[in-house]
Design a protein around this ligand. Structure first.
Ligand SMILES: NC(=O)c1ccc[n+]([C@@H]2O[C@H](COP(=O)([O-])OP(=O)(O)OC[C@H]3O[C@@H](n4cnc5c(N)ncnc54)[C@H](OP(=O)(O)O)[C@@H]3O)[C@@H](O)[C@H]2O)c1
Length: 369
């Protein structure tokens, strides 16, 4: 009987799923490309550069705990790319746990991460497995920058901003729009504090002459990852794209949601937001261009009179996400995680390991001031 492939990519035919498959081949990792439609999966796999030499199989699967558990059994790592995750993620996490697999996904949704931490973190820890949502550009690079700042003893406060120029995919746009429903929190003196609703901030991003409009974006994931870290008392992060009109639209939409949509029944709210996202991005944008698309992640660590600024300049966000997922699978399969239970990517794999992997594939520069 053929041996089970160690990695299952669920949502493999999507924009990011294809990139994960591409980088799994770079690491020479056999994988199952799974999703809800076999034809779309087969067609997508033909578009993955180099896939003719990859060791993979295609499997269509129903989106249920039972069917997904059956598919995942015998594998080691589930890479889930079916988002928005607060809509679709729960059965996939349950199935990964039932099948005894480490779970990673590409979310940037803090509401989903909070849910996972409370509901599933202890169960994964008891099973000696890692549960690591957010194994993706947003917010690994910001976490790397923050972790480098925290290498200096005495730093206890992190202020950070992530800025990427790219075109959101269909799935990302659905996710971005659904985030207007999410509460946004930061972490101050050991407590979660709410960000004001429908507000953007003028923000300085290194390398840009003009300021950018930044948004709390659900609060980002750093406050959640650092709330159990004894070194950190305060953590606040913002997200921006140099595309200013897009941010003006987001804040208007958030205001519209709170004034007009929030009072409607949940299903109606979701249907309206789905339509709005469809209007913004009905299809799939072209593959990123390394000469055009890049990212800047900027963390300022302070503590007493100490200050450390860290700037991580890197390549395209979606390509990096593909590489990070494959790099995570590579370490999980060959060495196992540094930590089990609910973990951030840097806690699971080490920030210097993740940095080395993005440096391997992309023009990356880490500056520490
Ligand atoms: N944090 C980050 O930096 C980062 C980076 C990349 C992606 N992401 C997130 O990852 C998610 C996916 O992004 P993407 O770019 O790959 O989007 P995408 O191109 O739209 O792909 C979405 C995938 O999910 C599948 N899917 C959608 N609804 C489903 C359902 N009800 N049941 C089963 N499968 C379903 C799609 O299958 P069909 O083709 O059959 O519809 C497709 O395979 C988004 O939430 C995005 O925000 C985050």
């Amino acid at each position: 009987m053929e041996e089970k492939k160690p990695v299952v990519v669920y949502g493999a035919n999507g924009s990011t799923g294809k990139l994960i498959c591409e980088y799994l081949r770079e690491y020479d990792i056999p994988f199952i490309a799974a999703g809800r439609n076999e034809e779309r999966l087969e067609a997508a796999m033909k578009l993955v550069p180099g896939n003719e030499t990859a060791d993979y199989e295609v499997r269509a699967v129903e989106h249920s705990v039972e069917a997904l558990t059956e598919l995942f059994k015998g594998a080691s790592v589930v890479c889930n790319v079916v988002g928005p995750f607060h809509f679709y993620g729960q059965p996939v996490v349950e199935a990964a746990l039932a099948a005894g697999c480490h779970y990673i996904d590409t979310t940037g949704e803090s509401n989903w991460m909070k849910q996972l931490k409370d509901e599933f973190g202890p169960k994964f820890a008891a099973a000696n497995l890692s549960l690591c949502p957010g194994t993706a550009y947003m917010y690994i690079n910001l976490e790397i920058a923050a972790q480098v700042a925290l290498e200096e003893d005495g730093i206890d406060t992190i202020e950070a901003v992530t800025s990427s120029n790219g075109i959101p995919t269909y799935g990302s746009t659905q996710t971005i729009v659904s985030l207007v429903k999410s509460e946004s929190t930061y972490y101050e003196n050991g407590q979660r504090v709410d960000w004001p609703v429908a507000k953007v901030y003028e923000t300085v991003v290194p390398g840009y002459v003009m300021t950018q409009l930044a948004h709390p974006w659900g609060g980002g994931s750093l406050p959640l990852w650092f709330e159990d870290d004894y070194r950190v008392r305060n953590c606040r992060t913002l997200t921006t794209f140099p595309d200013r009109p897009m941010f003006e639209n987001i804040v208007q939409l958030e205001g519209h949601y709170h004034k007009d949509i929030k009072k409607l029944p949940q299903e109606e709210q979701d249907a309206i937001l789905f339509q709005i996202a469809e209007g913004m991005q009905p299809g799939h944008p072209p593959r990123e261009n390394r000469l055009i698309h890049s990212c800047v992640d900027y963390a300022i660590g302070t503590g007493g009179a100490r200050q450390r600024e860290v700037i991580l300049r890197s390549g395209p966000a979606y390509l990096q996400t593909g590489a990070y997922q494959a790099a995570a699978a590579h370490k999980l399969i060959n060495q196992g995680p540094d930590k089990v239970g609910f973990v951030s990517p840097c806690q699971m794999l080490g920030h210097r390991y993740l940095l080395s992997q993005t440096e391997t594939f992309f023009a990356t520069e880490l500056e520490v001031r």
